[in-house]
Design a protein around this ligand. Structure first.
Ligand code: NAD
Length: 471
């Protein structure tokens, strides 16, 4: 139900006396119309129990002492591909909030000259695009305060949230009219998202992903997070963005390691859900990597990835369903990623996910769920993207610790997605320690034998084209 402020020209009706002894009031269509047409507190609309009869909880609690509250919050946001986002002629980034919309909706029209925006941006991205961004707002007459922050994994903590909050206070942000704009990789968007959810209990945020990882994954769902006590993403919320604008040309300045990092999440969707995407990656991996996802094939691959991801996320935004295909590669990886970070030899998020995928693919092969040839095809794509399959911190004990923690988060069952063919998966609850020891040993031996090959980061071990990992 939409409420609008009216000029108050409707005739005044006397305020109804509060009647505690009568049945719950149900709003009649006429009442609802009345509420919809004007502000009930200003325009003389009838004032009945519970926001003019719109309350669902009734009055039964007055006699029983038990009150039931039930409400539904719609989720409504848009993810748009945009060309030339920082071209001053392109007004996309100036779009604001539809007045009084709930949940806040992105307006179609740009803000007016003289209006303001608070922009939170990854400092590396700012170094490259800062001048262009300033010019963009200047030409459009928008007063922008741009806050570059070192939004890297090692800093992904609440301190960054506080820093944005301090900047927002200094800016005197008006959350009804001034969405914040977050520009950067997954770390920047996760942190800015958490801030936006906490500031005045919700301030709309527009997300502009500048890495492949953020464009196909981190920006498009509703999760926000920071790391806590050396635990990955332990503090976070569910908070939809106002909108997400993806301009692929940002990827031109991204280094190859970060391109491959994003490709790992794309491979994840291909392995367990999307065989055509798998073929596409298989046939075009070298070109996609070399061109930093700038050509037509890249556009198809990115759209398929986003589509697949949203098919899984949209019906399960709050993750109440615990068997999630998008968790492929995410059972052991949080532990691997944080251990590598503490070790001082950082693994990127997608790299840790890739090690997890290599391990679980080996388990699938050992269980006879996939053939040696299928396993080799997966490894072949990983290798062509120069993705690691091992890291010095890896050990069966670390993997077991990761499985234990993930099992706890999945309410006591492992619910591990395992490939059962190209583009399909099954969920299992019975991975044993012996299986993990065996798969880890096979993977480590295989990776060590090929350690001279393909590692983007010299201390990370990648595997070569040899087919199935022997058990
Ligand atoms: N919320 C979610 O659902 C979700 C999903 C996936 C990943 N994540 C999170 O995302 C994070 C990883 O994101 P990421 O891989 O984007 O890492 P990142 O944000 O650390 O960015 C990677 C690096 O690229 C630089 N960079 C960003 N854009 C650039 C550009 N256009 N040109 C040059 N350099 C650029 C950054 O400064 C940084 O050094 C992890 O913390 C992970 O937990 C969240």
């Amino acid at each position: 139900m939409k409420r609008r402020i009216s000029s108050g020209s409707r005739p005044h009706k006397p305020r109804a006396a509060l009647q505690l002894d009568r049945a719950p009031v149900t709003a009649s269509p006429a009442d609802v119309h009345e509420v919809a047409a004007g502000n009930p507190f200003q325009s003389g609309a009838v004032n009945r129990n519970g926001l003019n009869g719109l309350s669902q909880c009734g009055t039964v609690g007055l006699s029983t002492g038990t009150f039931h509250v039930s409400a539904v919050q719609p989720i409504n946001y848009v993810i748009e591909e945009v060309e030339g986002l920082l071209d001053p002629e392109n007004k996309t980034l100036l779009r604001g909030v539809v007045p009084d919309s709930f949940p806040s909706r992105l307006s179609l029209d740009p803000c007016q000259p003289g209006e303001r925006r608070l922009v939170v941006i990854d400092d590396n991205v700012y170094r490259i695009y800062g001048a262009q961004l300033r010019e963009y707002f200047n030409v459009n007459g928008v007063e922008a305060t741009i806050v570059p922050l070192p939004t890297m994994e090692a800093n992904k903590s609440f301190d960054l949230v506080y820093e944005i909050a301090r900047q927002a206070e200094a800016f005197k942000l008006n959350r009804r009219k001034e969405p914040i704009i977050a520009i950067g990789g997954g770390v920047c968007l996760d942190v800015a998202g958490l801030f936006s959810n906490l500031y005045r209990r919700n301030t709309p945020v527009i997300k502009v992903p500048t890495t492949l990882m953020a464009a196909i994954d981190a920006s498009i769902g509703i999760k926000t997070a920071v790391n806590f006590e050396n635990r990955k993403n332990k503090l976070g919320t569910y908070c939809p963005p106002l909108g997400v604008f993806i301009d692929r040309t940002f990827l031109r300045t991204l280094d190859q390691r970060n391109i491959s990092n994003g490709a790992a999440e794309m491979l994840k969707m291909a392995c367990v859900k999307d065989a055509p995407l798998f073929h596409l990656l298989e046939q075009n991996a070298d070109q996609l990597r070399a061109t930093s996802f700038q050509d037509k094939v890249a556009s198809v691959a990115m759209r398929r990835s986003i589509q697949g991801m949203l098919e899984e996320l949209e019906p399960n935004l709050w993750e109440h369903i615990l068997c999630r295909l998008v968790d492929f590669g995410h059972t052991f990886s949080p532990e691997i990623e944080m251990a590598a970070l503490a070790h001082g030899d950082e693994l990127l998020h997608g790299e840790a996910v890739n090690i997890d995928m290599a391990l679980t693919t080996q388990i699938s092969y050992a269980r006879g769920l996939i053939t040696a040839e299928e396993q080799a095809r997966v490894i072949g794509i990983m290798q062509r993207f120069r993705l690691p399959m091992w890291h010095p911190v890896c050990s069966p004990d670390l993997f077991l610790k990761g499985l234990k923690d993930t099992t706890k988060a999945r309410d006591g069952l492992q619910r591990v997605p395992l490939m059962s063919g190209i583009g399909c998966a099954v969920f299992v609850n019975d991975i044993s320690p012996a299986e993990i020891y065996s798969a880890a040993a096979a993977l480590q031996t295989f990776a060590m034998q090929r350690s001279h090959c393909f590692a983007e980061n010299s201390s990370i071990v990648a595997a070569s084209a040899k087919l199935a990992v022997p058990v």
